[in-house]
Structures are given as structure tokens and as C-alpha cells.
Design a binder for this molecule. Sequence first.
Ligand code: CP
Ligand code: NVA
Length: 300
Amino acid sequence: MKHFINLDELSNTDLNQIIDNAIALKKEHKSGQINKTLENKTLAMIFDKSSTRTRVSFEAGMAQLGGHALFLSNRDIQIGRGEPTTDTAIVIGSMVDAIMMRVSSHDDIITFSKNANVPIINALSDESHPCQLLADMMTYKEHKGNIKGKTVAWIGDGNNMCHTYMQAASVFGFKLNIATPIGYEPKQSFIDKYQDCITLHTDAKLACKGADLVVTDVWASMGQEQEQAKRELAFADFQVDETLMANANTNASFMHCLPAHRGEEVSTDVIDGPQSLVWDEAENRLHAQKALLLYLISDN
Ligand code: CP
Ligand code: NVA
């Protein structure tokens, strides 16, 4: 049984195969070819948090591959009224071919993987966001080629996206400079595990030095809305603007998983400027996840 819970649980070879297939599927889709490989397959999508890109890309992706996707909000299914996670996993798993989950607690994803008996996809947890990194790595490959040996600067919060960039640095072989305010570093367990691939900074300019790719994310993630004002103060020196980008390599790219807050973690001139890859990055969620679904479902 294959799952997609953390990026570095897959080998570099498997991840690159998924990305190459995603690039092929993108061409196939744009040329109007029909691919019904997942006909009669069903994906359950459990959402405990909001989503635009993740929901639309998985739902459209299943439709394009001839399958079906079920949108299950925690507000609507019995888990939201206290049905045990284990019972829910057994029941949903008995009816579908794979389960995609966006949840607050990473432990719920692990519980599903132990009980549902079908592939489980982490579509964002408090700990990581591996689907986004598939799209980011695909986008880098399309625009710039192999990321191995390159330098990436992560600017901002040591959050779920930052953790997944640490895993990506390990499995794709790039150097990751992480700049966070004091007190907003990634989890210590991640720092310990990925210490050979990362350098921690408190100065965003130093982190951008020599970078081929600069990445940021919102200062307050979903569930941290009440900390917004406090975080705006703490992160004031961590906006990715043109002055900061000037510290990176000439022609360095910019990425952001979106949704973005212009004027906070990124300036309008950077996110809407020539170095930004955010629209391809967002679209590639569709193609990368179609390749992921084929990897997880059609081989099982
Ligand atoms: N980047 C991302 O996961 O977007 P959504 O929250 O809209 O799904
Ligand atoms: N760090 C953000 C990512 C959103 C895609 C969050 O968890 O809200």
C-alpha cells in the first residue's frame, strides 16, 4: 500500500517519475487528448480547513481521468459530531479507492493510513504540505531544469510549507536557507532531522544571498488568525520585495503556494512581476496531483 503523507517517504526516483509524468499529462490535457485511466475510481476528499487550489485540482483531476471525487467537509460528515477517526477511516476506506485529507492534526492522517486500507494523501496538515511541493518542484523543472545543487531561500514562518521544503531539500538535493523571526523557526525535530541540508538565519537578506529560488508563505496560517496582529509586527522585516530579491541571484525565481497577502509577506511588484512563477505553480497542482493519483491508485 502506497501513501503520500510526507514528501521524503518517496524516493528521488519515484518523485521525479511523478513530476515527469505530470509534465506529460499537462501536454496531453492541453492538446485535448482524453485519458480515462481512473474510470470507476473514487477519491474521497476530507476537508477540515478551507481550500481553493487543493479542492479544485483534485476534483478536476479525478474528473479528467474518468473518475469521481467526493467533497466531504468535516461540518457534514459524522466525524465532525464525534464519530471516532478510526471508525470513519474503516468505513470510508471500504467504499473508495483513495482518500485525500486536509486536517489540523497530522495524527489523523496517520490514523487513516493505519485503518483505511487504501492510499492516503496528505493535502495539508499542521506539519506538512507535500502536494504543494510536487507542484513547486514540477514548476522549477519546467522553467529552470534540475534543482539538484541549487540554493533555495525560505523567507517567513517555519510552518508546514517550510517543513516540506526541508524534506524537499533532502530528497531533491538542494541547499535551503531558512530566514525566520526568532521564535518562529521550524519544529526542532525537523531542524534535527534535516540539519545537513539547511541553514537557519534571522536576516532575510543573508538567506537570499546566492538563491536561485525565493519562497514565502502567509505569516498567519489557517487556525492562527487570532495571532495576525502579533505576527505582522514579528514578521515586519520578512517581506519579499524587490529590495530583498536583489540579494538573490539575477533571474532568481519567486514562488508562493497561495493564497497570498500582498503588502504583507510579499510585495505586489514581486508576486505580479517577471520573476514570479506563482500562476504556473498553482496550475501545476492539477497536473502534479493527476500524476500522483495515477502513481497511487492505478498500480495498486
Ligand atoms: N496552496 C494551497 O494549498 O491552496 P488552497 O489552500 O487554496 O488549497
Ligand atoms: N501555511 C499555510 C498554507 C496554505 C496553503 C496554511 O497552513 O494555512
